[in-house]
Design a protein around this ligand. Sequence first.
Ligand SMILES: CC(C)(COP(=O)([O-])OP(=O)([O-])OC[C@H]1O[C@@H](n2cnc3c(N)ncnc32)[C@H](O)[C@@H]1OP(=O)([O-])[O-])[C@@H](O)C(=O)NCCC(=O)NCCSC(=O)C[C@@](C)(O)CC(=O)[O-]
Ligand SMILES: NC(=O)C1=CN([C@@H]2O[C@H](COP(=O)(O)OP(=O)(O)OC[C@H]3O[C@@H](n4cnc5c(N)ncnc54)[C@H](OP(=O)(O)O)[C@@H]3O)[C@@H](O)[C@H]2O)C=CC1
Length: 409
Amino acid sequence: MNIDEIVEKAVKGEIELHEIDNFLEANAAMVARRLALEKILGISLPSIGSTILDYSEIKNRNAENVIGGIQIPVGIVGPLKVNGDYAKGNFYVPLATTEGALIASVNRGCKAITKAGGAKVKIIFDGMARAPIFKLPNIDSVVNFLQWINKNLDKIKEVAESTTSHGKLKEIQPFVLGNNVWLRFVFETGDAMGMNMATIASEAICNFIESEFTEAKCIAVSGNMCSDKKQSMVNSIFGRGKTVIAETLIPSTILKEVLHTTAEAIHEVNLRKNLLGSARAGNVYQFNAHFANIIAAIFLATGQDMAQVVESSSGYTWTEVRGEDLYISVTLPSLEVGTVGGGTRLPTQREALSIMGVAGGGNPPGSNVKKFAEIIASTVLAGELNLLSALSNKELGRAHKMLGRGIKA
Ligand SMILES: CC(C)(COP(=O)([O-])OP(=O)([O-])OC[C@H]1O[C@@H](n2cnc3c(N)ncnc32)[C@H](O)[C@@H]1OP(=O)([O-])[O-])[C@@H](O)C(=O)NCCC(=O)NCCSC(=O)C[C@@](C)(O)CC(=O)[O-]
Ligand SMILES: NC(=O)C1=CN([C@@H]2O[C@H](COP(=O)(O)OP(=O)(O)OC[C@H]3O[C@@H](n4cnc5c(N)ncnc54)[C@H](OP(=O)(O)O)[C@@H]3O)[C@@H](O)[C@H]2O)C=CC1
């Protein structure tokens, strides 16, 4: 069958859109699927169809039933001076967004931080968690199960690590409710974000447990105590991915000249907005102004899993007035990122990672992603510093009129 005949069959419903992959080479299948959809809907999709994506690379790795690609503007902020353990020096950071004023905002924050000597940044925890849920017959069995797990830690580690060369089982955190037990497995995952790695290793552990401790039945490899793609106290307290802290001290001259404000004014906005306002709103995880803006824009540009913006953007902004200067820090308890795997292998996303010098695996493994995490936290710091400044001097509406609607103030 040629491509026209296949399109016709898909339009008539004689083959499903995803079955086109069985008849054509990958890229021809992507085109045929779009042409069929255009005919079914009576619309044309030339922009989605005009893509540099190679479906033979994406298929069985990143997406199914593909009809083309979506383009999102990517802008650049920086140079941003980062004084980390892995990221040292001045960095340009790509942000993909459709929110006018966001890039300008973060860029001004970068300017202020760089002029002030940079952002100091530390990673204080590193571990990707997967938590299967087990059903036991009764609470005697729960206690025996926990003792058995403790006795068999070495064997469990061996089973897990037989599935991966980079994944290392660091720790098992047990949680109990009645006859239910969650085992929260925490892995080091090299430069990968690690969710596939941790899931595959956890499934192997579950099979081993079920065959050896037969009273335990694994109900689901993910029991939501992980917690993936959901806000949760467990991530906030224990950390998931990387827990990162970035801080800087901004002298009053820079506050005045670059940010048109004062330490007192920023501190008051932080206290009454980020801390009190978030508490009054019943927010438990996001005592910040807009971590999500920076996290989402970097995730989108660099091929991270967008659904993990949920927990990766949780965290706290802390400020202190020191003389006339401002101390400001951001704490991100669960930043889930990778420089290998997932969407990081796509061509535009890989280029975006290369702007920061973090594309691919590091030497030693894990060093590249830690450098990336430090750059992200420093950029979040720039975003917070600038938005708090803009709010303190009533710039927000004016900026968004100009850069979001194209209207001169
Ligand atoms: C827009 C500015 C920065 C102007 O600020 P300004 O001081 O009038 O601008 P400027 O023209 O004097 O430039 C100062 C610096 O800003 C940067 N800058 C300036 N323009 C650009 C540009 N086109 N492209 C790139 N960078 C730009 C750049 O670093 C520049 O330095 P230079 O390089 O010239 O030496 C300021 O008014 C501002 O930051 N406003 C606030 C906007 C903002 O923070 N928006 C964030 C998104 S809001 C949101 O989504 C969340 C929210 C608010 O709902 C959450 C909440 O509830 O809090
Ligand atoms: N399965 C699930 O439940 C979920 C999956 N996801 C998806 O999972 C994907 C991310 O999973 P993830 O495990 O990170 O990625 P991958 O599934 O792509 O696994 C990473 C691969 O890279 C290899 N590798 C090579 N060099 C390195 C290095 N330096 N550091 C680490 N690994 C290296 C690993 O080998 P080796 O293993 O031998 O070390 C492994 O094969 C995303 O697409 C995400 O959307 C997201 C949430 C849930």
